[in-house]
Every structure is written in C-alpha cells, then in structure tokens.
Write a protein that binds this ligand. Structure first.
Ligand code: SAM
Length: 211
C-alpha cells in the first residue's frame, strides 16, 4: 500500500502537470479506448491498450533511474507515444539530444505534432510505425513504455532488437509494467523496481560479468 506522503506528492505533481498543460494549451488529456485507436485492419490493433497519458511523476522517476545506470544517455524512445506527453516532458525536463516517439495511430501523431509546436520542441520526432516491427537506431537509448500493448507485441519488439540491446547497452524503462515477465524471459535483469508504483528498469547483463 502507498504511504500517505506518496499519495500527497503524486497529487501535487498531478496538479503541476495540469497547470503546465493548461498554461501551454497542450492536449494530452483523456482516455481513448483501444477500439478507437487505429483501424481494425491494423495487425497490432487487437494487442494495443487504450491511450492515456503517463503521470509526469512516474516518467521523471523512471528516467532518473535509467540515468543512474548510465548518465550519458542522449537518446530517448517512447514506444506508443500517443499525444506526445512523455516525449515533450522528457525534452523539457532532461534535454536529451534525440527524442523519438513511435505510434501506430496517425490521429494521435497529428495531435502530438501540434503539442510540439506549442512547446517549440525541436528535438522530438514522431514516427508512424508498429512497435512490433520497429528497429531501434544504433545508439545507446532509454526505451520507455507506458503500458502500451500486450506481451505478444512486446516480445516481437524484443526479438527484433536483441542484437541492439547486446551491442549498445540500452535500457528499458517500463511504467505500469504489466508484462515485465516477458523481459526476464528474454534474459533482461531488473536493475530497479518500485513495487508500489509498478515501474521498473531493465538491461541485459554484462557478458563479462561487470556491473
Ligand atoms: C498508454 S498510451 C501511452 C502514451 C504515452 N507514451 C505517454 O506516456 O503519455 C499507449 C499508446 O501506445 C500506442 N500503441 C499501442 N500499440 C502500439 C503499437 N503496436 N505500435 C505503436 N504504438 C502502439 C497507443 O495508440 C497509445 O497511444
């Protein structure tokens, strides 16, 4: 169970997010049900979860924890970027060089692009793509997910990118980590987990046995 202090802190952070979004006239809000996300013909539609923006506090905690693994990360990838809240908040709070959002709903990418313009974020790019087929660019990256899809899409993504994780030391930062057992199944180790908030960080073990 969460402590009273943690509940209050989360509430205050949520108010700060709402004030920030309102001040900049950003549209990250609402829930879009799975059925309304993309066309029914999309091969990964049935495996998607609804759109809902992450809480800024969860994002800031997992990104800070990922930076404890390697403070030099300059690339951030959001799998299922929705309206772009996490990409924009990361650009605002951490200033990575290169921020990419992958999203399979063209409508949500349109909204995300408008949000970028309002915040004048230059280093955030959205790509209309299916995470199940996406290949990560060859550079150390924080791969972030806020509960976007089921285990079958996650496992397709991992299968396509294992060589990347072996070569570049990228980490996975997972908020609302429902399918974390897929990561351990693929040999990832948990470097951080918050049992109460249900978020975690993973990487492949160093083959040389170092840390
Ligand atoms: C819970 S929302 C998270 C939004 C955003 N990452 C954030 O933190 O605010 C999950 C998003 O994943 C997208 N999604 C689901 N399955 C996908 C897939 N196979 N490929 C790309 N995007 C996907 C959905 O359309 C939705 O916008």
């Amino acid at each position: 169970m969460r402590s009273f202090g943690s509940v209050v802190a989360t509430g205050i952070e949520a108010l700060c997010d709402a004030a920030f979004d309102r001040w900049h006239r950003l549209d990250f809000g609402g829930v879009i049900e799975q059925a309304d996300l993309a066309t029914n013909q999309h091969p990964s539609h049935a495996n998607a979860f609804s759109y809902e923006a992450a809480a800024g506090i969860d994002l800031r905690i997992v990104v800070s924890e990922a930076l404890r693994v390697d403070p030099t990360f300059q690339n951030f990838l959001d799998l299922g970027s929705g309206k772009g809240k996490s990409c924009n908040y990361v650009a605002w709070s951490f200033g990575f060089k290169n921020i990419v959002g992958i999203e399979f709903s063209a409508q949500l990418i349109e909204i995300a692009e408008i949000n970028n313009k309002k915040l004048n974020t230059k280093n955030v790019t959205y790509i209309l793509a299916d995470a199940a087929r996406y290949k990560i660019a060859p550079a150390p990256t924080i791969v972030y997910m806020y509960n976007p899809f089921d285990a079958s899409i996650l496992e397709n993504f991992l299968s396509n990118n294992m060589e990347h994780f072996r070569t570049h030391g990228s980490v996975i930062a997972y908020v609302n980590d429902r399918h974390r057992s897929s990561l351990t199944k693929f040999g990832f180790e948990t470097v951080y987990r918050d049992q109460t908030r249900k978020h975690s960080i993973y990487r492949l073990p160093d083959p040389a046995g170092g840390s």
